[in-house]
Ligand binder design. Structure first.
Ligand code: 3PG
Length: 213
């Protein structure tokens, strides 16, 4: 058996949050992320083309760990997994969404923003959650504060993460990985500026490597 999906995310240390209109944009972004050394893409269910993009990435770029983001209904869990998503991310915590993901055996990182959310996540048997919006709930200090009563829980802070503060999050032991859209800015995708996406990705990978080696 190879590493689990959560282990792969932990190794990657960064989860790029991707918004694309169609399969072609999805393939361009996923290939650019891979070329930058980060073969991971969370394709958000915010566009009509999200499932098609996941499907294309899963088919054409099997070396990229593709997941679905902004999954907020149990039906979207099924849609995402049928398209080929290997992990799921949600901005908040919905027990029906988490239970559906668990039923079909796909890891899910639901969003938490309060200790009550965390208690609900632990109740559902989760060992890792997304912290969202990380910058609004207090940044790296919030991770530290939330960790104190919940030792062992791992966080994927997302929201307002950039090259400027990435290491502040990744340096914290409770942080599994950090998520964000800064490498795959919508304007870059629309312009097809794959070189800049790859450059930002490589920068993030190199930053993360300063901590892990
Ligand atoms: C998300 O859904 O996780 C956020 O849109 C990502 O936040 P960011 O755009 O501030 O990186």
């Amino acid at each position: 058996d190879g590493p689990t999906v959560l282990e792969q995310i932990q190794r990657a240390r960064v989860v790029p949050v991707v918004v694309v209109d169609d399969a072609n944009e999805g393939l361009g972004v996923a290939a650019s992320l891979r070329d930058g050394g980060l073969p991971v893409a969370e394709v958000t269910f915010r566009t009509a083309g999200a499932a098609a993009a996941i499907e294309a990435i899963a088919r054409e770029l099997p070396d990229v760990l593709v997941g679905a983001g902004t999954v907020v209904t149990p039906a979207q869990v099924d849609e995402a997994v049928e398209a080929g998503a290997r992990f799921l991310v949600s901005p908040g915590l919905s027990a029906p969404v988490v239970r559906r993901a668990q039923e079909i055996g796909v890891p899910i990182l639901p969003g938490v923003a309060t200790p009550s959310d965390i208690i609900a996540a632990l109740d559902l048997g989760l060992s890792a959650v997304k912290l969202f919006p990380a910058n609004v709930v207090g940044g790296p200090g919030a991770v530290t504060a939330f960790s104190a009563p919940f030792p062992g829980l791992r966080f994927v802070p997302t929201g307002g993460v950039s090259a400027a503060n990435l290491l502040d999050y990744l340096a914290l032991p409770a942080v599994l990985a950090a998520g964000g859209s800064w490498m795959v800015d919508r304007a870059l995708v629309r312009a097809g500026d794959w070189a800049e996406i790859t450059r930002r990705t490589r920068e993030a990978v190199e930053l993360a490597a300063t901590l892990t080696t």
